[in-house]
Design a protein around this ligand. Structure first.
Ligand code: NDP
Length: 249
């Protein structure tokens, strides 16, 4: 059983910052060639592109909107041209949004569901022809799916949908050697959380220090560790599962 990703080709959506960035770097350091995408130009994307150039392997970062099927086609074509096949697909792109239900617009509902849930379907369906004899699809969900979070009905619905999608896809594609799993992070100290004003951040850190068994927020690298595990042969008999990475909430 190969614990590394040497010789494997991976695609990661939403790789420019936060959890996605940590996943891109962890997959690359585990030996995979990684093609990642992000939505907007940013200094963080430039930094990641520079870091990938310094990392062994054939890595690339592209701008592509996962809610636009034409962009996803372009991304998949890039993977086909560069690698010929894919062994690992991580759909991490997502948007966090807090809106009270009475004020939730259809546009915001669709923005959140399109990015997390519909794009998972689009990316999986369009990458399927590139999978070799075995492939691992990892979808980044959220502990919100099982717990429910006020002001995030749309986000929670999207992430709960991902888990059902993964269970069905796992059963349908298992015979083709394709595994589909979800990672459900708890509160992870990603860029958005770090940017919260100091007083609210201190309150959040204190709350989750009490709520979690481990007594702190998670680090992006700790989610990336689970992604490398699910991507590798170490998890070869796991599919249709949700792996909680939440410090024991
Ligand atoms: P960030 O907001 O830090 O990063 C989001 C990433 O997704 C960025 O790379 C962003 O690109 C990309 N992205 C967003 N929309 C699109 C799109 N339409 N097309 C392509 N790329 C897109 O998020 P986090 O790192 O905090 O979260 C990553 C994932 O983990 C999300 O799915 C989130 O729901 C989930 N999660 C996060 C938790 C947390 O505590 N942080 C907890 C539980 C789950 P760009 O930089 O160009 O905007």
């Amino acid at each position: 059983m190969n614990p590394t990703l040497t010789g494997k080709h991976a695609l990661v959506t939403g790789g420019s910052r936060g959890i996605g960035r940590a996943i891109v770097l962890a997959l690359a350091r585990a030996g995979a060639d990684v093609l990642a995408c992000h939505q907007n130009p940013s200094a963080q994307a430039d930094q990641l592109a520079a870091e990938l150039k310094r990392t062994d392997g054939d890595h690339h970062l592209l701008q592509a909107d996962v809610t636009d099927p034409v962009d996803v086609d372009r991304l998949v074509e890039e993977a086909r041209t560069r690698y010929g096949s894919l062994d690992v697909v991580v759909h991490n792109a997502g948007v966090i949004s807090h809106v009270p239900l009475p004020e939730l617009t259809a546009a915001e509902w669709h923005r959140v569901l399109d990015t997390s849930l519909t794009a998972a379907f689009t990316v999986l369906q369009k990458t399927l022809p590139l999978y070799g004899q075995r492939a691992s699809v990892v979808l980044i969900g959220s502990r919100a799916a099982a717990r429910g979070i006020p002001l995030r009905a749309h986000y929670t619905a999207a992430k709960a949908g991902l888990e059902g999608f993964a269970r069905s896809a796992a059963k349908e594609l298992g015979g083709r050697g394709v595994r589909v799993n979800v990672i459900a992070p708890g509160v992870i100290d990603s860029d958005d959380i770090k940017a919260i004003p100091a007083d609210r951040r201190a309150e959040l850190v204190a709350r989750y220090s009490e709520k979690t068994a481990i007594g702190r927020l998670g680090e992006t690298e700790e989610v990336a560790g689970a992604a490398v595990f699910l991507a590798s042969d170490l998890s070869s008999y796991m599919t249709g599962q949700t792996l909680n990475v939440d410090g024991g909430i």
